[in-house]
Write a protein that binds this ligand. Structure first.
Ligand code: SF4
Ligand code: SF4
Length: 82
């Protein structure tokens, strides 16, 4: 089952949402602080909406280009076919 997403490192690409067959992850528009300008701006980030629907397929963990999604048990260190 999906456990967490490290949102601090997330680029908001939305791939985890697109590859989830159980519609667990939803992209949401959130307001984030802009450290440089001291202003706020909007960003799209993934939210684990329906964790109980997760079928532990590992798609989100394997396809995330940043490697910041944790599904238990983790497959992060396994060799990937691509
Ligand atoms: S492990 Fe599969 S079902 Fe669960 S959130 Fe990730 S992509 Fe969706
Ligand atoms: S695939 Fe990774 S980087 Fe892209 S939105 Fe999902 S968690 Fe963020």
């Amino acid at each position: 089952m999906i456990e967490s997403i490290d949102l601090d490192k997330c680029t908001g690409c939305g791939i985890c949402d697109q590859v989830c067959p159980a519609d667990v992850i939803h992209m949401e528009r959130v307001e984030v602080a802009d450290a440089v300008a001291g202003l706020h701006r909007e960003k799209w980030l993934p939210a684990i909406k329906y964790q109980q629907h997760c079928v532990t397929c590992f798609n989100c963990e394997l396809f995330c280009p940043e490697g910041i999604v944790d599904v238990h048990p983790s497959v992060k260190n396994r060799p990937r076919p691509w």
